[in-house]
Design a protein around this ligand. Structure first.
Ligand code: SF4
Length: 337
């Protein structure tokens, strides 16, 4: 079976409908035994130090996995994709362009999905059959999400792991489905996590290796992984074009703000960690989040797959202390009112 590289979430139903295997190159990079080495390999091949580490990791992952075709999202994902695609072409990797139209035009997106369907020689009918299968797994991912923020039996990192893998369903959706079933069964038997502070994590998936464990040591439960939840497509609808229009990540930042504020309320979130990746254009959007989100926001930056540095740890501790004091004050005001 042909392996198809993907660099972000795309209509993966099309790839499965054509009996190919989707491979999310981000996941290959970050779960490899030595991701730092993959970055160094890209730098040895000429990638500048001042390029996002995810891009360098994706590049090396593609070559190492010997992937010959990559779906590259030219609009709606990453400002580096164009240049990365050119490098891939120079290495004889075929690029299949795909775009999420910035204006969220239904017909344009439908046409773009149709181009993918043509390239992969499949049909809308088969794509919808696959959508039904993947939606069944997505419904189980929704249970994991609810076990995180309602029952509090799933940790932030576990939530991250299952939702982020919905970009390619780990290349074998039947196997992933079984893994999800097993996890839900085990998680339901656990006792609830009792922590003082509920946090949300927004932004691209963090490259810092111990972010969740370090934050959760501070009496914190991470109950929301914004982008990972978007990858999992938990806003169910019957029309696949609508499904990929409801996906907030590739479109305007204001769609994301609306979604995050809704989840802050629903999940009773006390504060937000905005993770930004060094050299990523999306860091510019930080000012909008700080202004528009309904709870305090701390921005932290990561560069390479390393542990949390001491300075960021201290900033996070101060932020969480502030949230604890704020919560006590709000509770006192509520009682005396
Ligand atoms: S973190 Fe930013 S620059 Fe890096 S791959 Fe993702 S979108 Fe692109």
């Amino acid at each position: 079976m042909r392996k198809i590289g993907i660099t972000t979430t795309i209509p993966v139903e099309v790839i499965y409908a054509s009996d190919c295997i989707p491979v999310d190159l981000n996941n290959i990079f970050i779960t490899s035994s030595n991701p730092e080495n993959m970055i160094l390999e890209a730098e040895r091949d000429g990638f500048p130090r001042t390029t996002c580490s995810w891009i360098k990791g994706i590049y090396t992952a593609c070559l190492k996995e010997n992937i010959k075709e990559v779906v590259a999202v030219m609009e709606g994902d990453c400002s580096n994709t164009h240049a990365l695609s050119e490098i891939f072409i120079s290495k004889s990797v075929k690029i299949i362009p795909f775009s999420f139209p910035f204006n969220k035009d239904y017909d344009t997106l439908k046409k773009n999905i149709e181009s993918l369907i043509k390239y992969f020689k499949t049909s809308w009918e088969k794509v919808y059959q696959l959508k039904e299968k993947l939606d069944n797994i997505r419904r189980k991912l929704q249970i994991i999400d609810e076990l995180t923020y309602i029952d509090c039996k799933v940790t932030g990192v576990e939530n991250h792991f299952f939702l982020v893998n919905a970009s390619d369903f780990k290349g074998d959706y039947n196997k992933f489905d079984k893994e999800v079933d097993l996890f839900i069964k085990k998680a339901k038997k656990r006792k609830s996590i009792k922590k003082k502070i509920r946090l949300g994590l927004i932004g691209v998936p963090p490259i810092i290796t111990d972010l969740y464990s370090e934050v959760e040591k501070l009496d914190v439960h991470i109950v929301f992984n914004e982008v990972q939840r978007q990858f999992a497509m938990l806003n169910f609808c019957n029309d696949i074009v609508e499904q990929y229009l409801n996906y907030t990540y590739p479109y305007s930042v204001f769609e994301r703000v609306k979604d995050i504020n809704k989840e802050i309320k629903k999940r009773k979130i006390d504060g937000i960690i905005h993770y930004v990746q060094s050299f990523c254009f999306r860091s510019i959007e930080d000012t909008i989040f700080k202004k528009e989100l309904h709870v305090p926001v701390i921005t932290i930056e990561g560069d390479r797959p390393q542990k949390l540095d001491e300075r960021t740890k201290i900033r996070l501790e101060s932020f969480i202390d502030m949230l604890k004091m704020r919560k006590i004050k709000n509770e006192k005001n509520y009682i005396s009112a």
